[in-house]
Write a protein that binds this ligand. Structure first.
Ligand code: SF4
Length: 239
């Protein structure tokens, strides 16, 4: 089955509310070729719930980097069960690459971009190819960063991969209200001051008044180089 062009997808579905947008793409435009990438982090529950409403069998790709907090792994199990999701796939780094590139598990300290490639980018690219996925659902929002302020609900990334951003236009207040209305459980570390949750070595608590992503890759900030702020995936709100 051919893939509709970006323009057609935007015209037909781009203006729809999140649930209808997801329904149209998952069931009409790209059946069997859409997956959700989720970090099961601080802001993940709502999008997982919206996708579960549309089709509980939608592939959910969780990048199990081997560096997550135990609380994240437990939360992954808990949310999966609560929402009735049937295809949460744990994507792990390639064993050979892992032993060749990061045998000590400390690559994140010196080369975080390479570590993110090894533990996130490569496993995701491999899974997308193996599963025949043509569009990835992301939890990115316009309000999060200046780079994201202009993004569309349906777009192409740098690799010409279709991305679906059902929450792009939502405000933080709308997200919180809908999350409460659905009675979705928070990630257990949120109560401890974590606002954006990724791998344990690269995540710290955020102080009052700090940007919610200030706790990500904080160890990479030096006087002569910019702080790392993204993992290279650009597909979730928290990776
Ligand atoms: S977030 Fe940190 S530990 Fe996780 S893959 Fe990236 S550099 Fe490695």
């Amino acid at each position: 089955m051919s893939t509709p062009s970006l323009e057609i997808l935007q015209q037909r579905y781009g203006h729809l509310p999140a649930g209808e947008l997801l329904h149209g793409l998952i069931h009409e435009a790209l059946p069997g070729r859409v997956a959700l990438v989720s970090s099961f982090g601080a802001d993940s529950a709502l999008l997982l719930s919206l996708v579960a409403d549309v089709d509980k069998h939608t592939p959910v790709l969780f990048l199990n980097t081997g560096k997550h907090f135990p609380e994240t792994l437990e939360y992954t199990r808990h949310l999966t069960d609560q929402l009735g999701l049937t295809r949460v796939l744990h994507l792990t780094p390639d064993e050979t690459l892992l032993s060749n590139i990061d045998s000590t598990g400390t690559l994140w300290q010196h080369q975080p971009n390479r570590c993110c490639w090894l533990r996130k980018v490569e496993p995701l690219e491999r899974a997308v190819k193996e599963l025949g996925i043509e569009a990835l659902i992301t939890g990115r929002k316009r309000y999060q960063t200046a780079e994201r302020a202009q993004m569309h609900t349906i777009e192409l990334d740098e690799q010409q991969q279709l991305r679906i951003n059902p929450l792009a236009n939502w405000s933080k207040e709308q997200l919180q209200a809908e999350t409460m209305r659905r009675n979705l459980p928070p990630h257990p570390l949120v109560a401890q001051g974590y606002k954006s949750i990724g791998c344990a070595p690269c995540t710290r608590q955020v102080a009052a008044g700090e940007d919610e992503r200030a706790g990500r890759w904080a160890h990479t900030k030096t006087t002569d180089s910019a702080q790392k702020t993204e993992c290279g995936l650009h597909v979730t709100q928290e990776h």
